[in-house]
Design a protein around this ligand. Structure first.
Ligand code: GLN
Length: 543
C-alpha cells in the first residue's frame, strides 16, 4: 500500500522544504521502506529549463531527460533514488495537458474549470508512476497563501479525503522566529500560517518548526493548542551546522516516529542510521582542507551551483578533507583583474556549466592559468568547451577558435549540435528551434579509452552520465587538437561526440561534456569529484 505525505511551507520561503522532505525520505528509507519524492511547482513555466539561474537556481536533470527543480537533487542525494520526469510538475505543464485534452474534445462538452479539471490533472499526476513504493513524499512549492499555489493545495486536500487518514499525512514547515527586541520566541506566524491552511480545508498533522534555538516546552504546547496538533507532533527543526546533520536531527526530535505512528506502523524498532552517522563524522572531523576556485557567471547565487557545491563536498568526504569554495566571477578577468591575483594559491580550479558569451573569455583565461601552472582543472560542460577552445588557441595555434554559441566563428571548435542519436532515434535541431526542452538532455552513454586517466578514475570504460547542452566540441578538430597534446579520451558510442578530454602530462586536467555533479551522493561520492579533490590535496602539499 502506498501512503502519501504532503509537505507544505508557511510564513516565508527558503525554509528548506526540499531538504526537509529529502531528510524525511532518508529516515523512512533507514527503516527499510521504499520511498519516492516528488515536487509540485506552482509557477507557469512548463519546466525550469528556460529560467535564469538567478531566478530559480540550478536546473536539475534526470536520467530520463527532464529539466527539473533543484529540490529533486536533494531528494536523490539523500535517498539515492533516481528522480524521473514524473517527479516534478508545474502549473504550466498541468495546464498544457488540460488544454491539449480540451482541444482533443476529451472533456465531452464540459466547461473546463480549475475544479475539477485542473485539480483532477494534479491528482492523477501525484498518483501516477509510483511502482511499489511504501511512501510517496509530495512537496508543494511556494508558501501557503500564494495565489498560484491554490489549485495544488485544493488537489492535495481532495486527495487526503479520497485516500483516507490511513494513507495520507500533511506536514507543514513553518518558521518560529526569535525576536531580539522582545527577547522571545514567537509562535504567531505559525498560528497564522496554519489558519491559512485550515481555511482551504487542510489540517496539518505534523508541524516542523524551523528555529535558530530550542523551542521551550511552553511555546511548543502553545503551538499545539492553537494549531490543533498533538504536542509531540510539534517538531523543532533547529538550525544545524551542516545539511548532512538534518536526518539525524529530525530523528532526535522524533519526526519519523510521528509519521509512522500516524500511519499505525511500527516505530519502536530503531532505524539504521549508520550511513548518516558516518557522514556526520566526516563533516565534523575533517583531517585537512583544500580550496577550490569555482570560476563561473552566476556566483552571486549559490543555488545556481547547488549540486556542484555538494559534489565537491562529497569529494572532500572521499578524501577526509573539508573543501572550501572560492567563488570567482569569470568577468573579473575581463575587467582588468589578473587570473594570477585571483587564482594563485588555490588547490584546484573548476569551471562549471554555463551559457552565453558574458564571462566566457575569463573562463578561458582560468583554464590557461590552470594548464600552465599545473593546477588541477575540472571543466564541466561549458567548462570543458572553454578548455578545448583554450587548447585550440594556445596549444594548436588555431587563433580564432571559438564557440558558435557567441555568434559566427571563423574556427568553430565548439558548434551547435544539429544531430545526435538517442537510443534508436536520431534527434535533429536547428538554429531557430524552441529553446524549451530541446537541448541534449538526460543520460547518454560514453566510451572511454582503456588506457586513459578517466577510465582509471571510473574503474570502467563504459559509463552513463547526464547531459544538458546545445553545443558540442566539433569532432572535425579532433586530429589537430590531439596532435597538440589534448586527448579525446571519451566519446559517444558512435564516435561522433567528444564527451571527455584530458591533458596527459598535467597532474589533473579533465573536461567532461556531461554533468557528473548530478549523480554524486554524500555516501557515494562521484569518482571524478573524489579524484579531483585527491589531486587538490596533492597540490596543497606542494605549496
Ligand atoms: N552553453 C553550453 C551549451 O549549450 C554549455 C551548457 C552547459 O554548460 N550546461 O552547450
Amino acid at each position: 500500500m502506498t501512503r502519501f505525505i504532503f509537505i507544505t511551507g508557511g510564513v516565508v520561503s527558503s525554509l528548506g522544504k526540499g531538504l526537509a522532505s529529502a531528510a524525511l525520505g532518508s529516515l523512512l528509507q533507514a527503516r527499510g521502506y521504499k520511498v519516492r519524492l516528488r515536487k509540485l511547482d506552482p509557477y507557469i513555466n512548463v519546466d525550469p529549463g528556460t529560467m535564469s539561474p538567478y531566478q530559480h537556481g540550478e536546473v536539475y536533470v534526470t536520467d530520463d531527460g527532464a529539466e527539473t527543480d533543484l529540490d529533486l537533487g536533494h531528494y536523490e542525494r539523500y535517498t539515492g533514488v533516481p528522480a524521473r520526469q514524473s517527479d516534478n510538475i508545474t502549473t504550466g505543464r498541468i495546464y498544457q495537458n488540460v488544454i491539449a485534452k480540451e482541444r482533443r474534445g476529451a472533456y465531452l462538452g464540459s466547461t473546463v474549470q480549475v475544479i475539477p479539471h485542473v485539480t483532477d490533472e494534479i491528482k492523477a499526476f501525484v498518483r501516477s508512476d509510483v511502482d511499489d513504493n511504501d511512501f510517496v513524499l509530495v512537496e508543494i512549492g511556494g508558501t501557503v497563501g500564494d495565489i498560484e499555489g491554490l489549485p495544488f493545495l485544493e488537489a492535495i486536500r481532495q486527495l487526503g479525503n479520497e485516500l483516507g487518514r490511513e494513507r495520507a499525512l500533511y506536514i507543514h514547515l513553518t518558521l518560529v522566529p526569535f525576536l531580539g527586541a522582545a527577547g522571545e520566541i514567537k509562535t504567531k506566524p505559525t498560528q497564522h500560517s496554519v489558519k491559512e491552511l485550515l481555511a482551504i480545508g487542510i489540517q496539518p498533522d505534523i508541524l516542523l518548526c524551523r528555529c535558530d534555538r530550542p523551542i521551550p516546552d511552553g511555546e511548543r504546547r502553545k503551538i499545539a493548542l492553537f494549531c490543533n496538533v498533538r504536542n509531540e507532533a510539534v517538531i523543532p527543526a533547529e538550525d544545524v551546522s551542516s545539511i548532512y546533520h538534518v536526518p539525524l536531527a529530525y530523528r532526535r526530535e522524533g519526526l519519523d516516529r510521528q509519521v509512522l505512528s500516524h500511519f499505525g506502523l511500527d516505530h519502536e524498532t530503531p532505524p539504521d542510521l549508520t550511513r548518516w552517522q558516518e557522514i556526520a563524522k566526516k563533516v565534523d572531523a575533517p583531517e585537512g582542507e583544500v580550496t577550490i576556485a569555482v570560476v563561473g557567471k552566476y556566483v552571486a547565487l549559490l543555488d545556481a551551483y547547488k549540486s556542484l557545491a555538494e559534489a565537491l563536498t562529497h569529494g572532500g568526504f572521499a578524501n577526509n578533507v573539508k573543501v572550501n569554495l572560492e567563488w570567482v566571477d569569470s568577468e573579473v578577468f575581463e575587467n582588468g583583474d589578473d587570473a594570477v591575483q585571483r587564482l594563485e594559491g588555490v588547490d584546484g580550479i573548476l569551471v562549471p556549466g554555463g551559457f552565453g558569451e558574458r564571462g566566457a573569455e575569463g573562463k578561458i583565461e582560468a583554464a590557461t592559468f590552470a594548464r600552465t601552472h599545473n593546477i588541477p582543472y575540472f571543466g564541466i560542460c561549458f567548462g570543458m568547451q572553454m578548455a578545448v577552445i583554450e587548447a585550440a588557441r594556445n596549444l594548436a595555434g588555431i587563433d580564432n577558435a571559438n564557440s558558435t554559441e557567441f555568434g559566427p566563428a571563423e574556427e568553430p571548435v565548439v558548434g551547435l549540435l544539429t544531430e545526435w542519436v538517442r537510443g534508436n532515434l536520431t534527434e535533429t535541431r536547428g538554429e531557430d528551434d524552441d529553446k524549451g526542452g530541446t537541448m541534449r538532455l538526460g543520460a547518454y552513454p560514453c566510451q572511454m579509452a582503456p588506457d586513459s586517466q578517466v577510465a582509471e578514475i571510473y574503474g570502467a570504460t563504459a559509463i552513463e552520465e547526464r547531459h544538458r547542452h546545445r553545443y558540442e566540441v566539433n569532432i572535425n578538430y579532433l586530429k589537430r587538437l590531439e596532435e597538440s597534446g589534448l586527448r579525446f579520451s571519451g566519446l559517444s558510442p558512435d564516435g561522433e561526440l567528444p564527451e571527455i578530454v584530458e591533458l596527459p602530462g598535467h597532474p589533473w586536467f579533465i573536461g567532461v561534456q556531461f554533468h557528473p555533479e548530478l549523480k554524486s551522493k554524500p555516501f557515494d561520492p562521484h569518482p571524478l569529484f573524489a579524484s579531483f579533490i585527491a589531486a587538490a590535496v596533492a597540490q596543497s602539499r606542494l605549496v
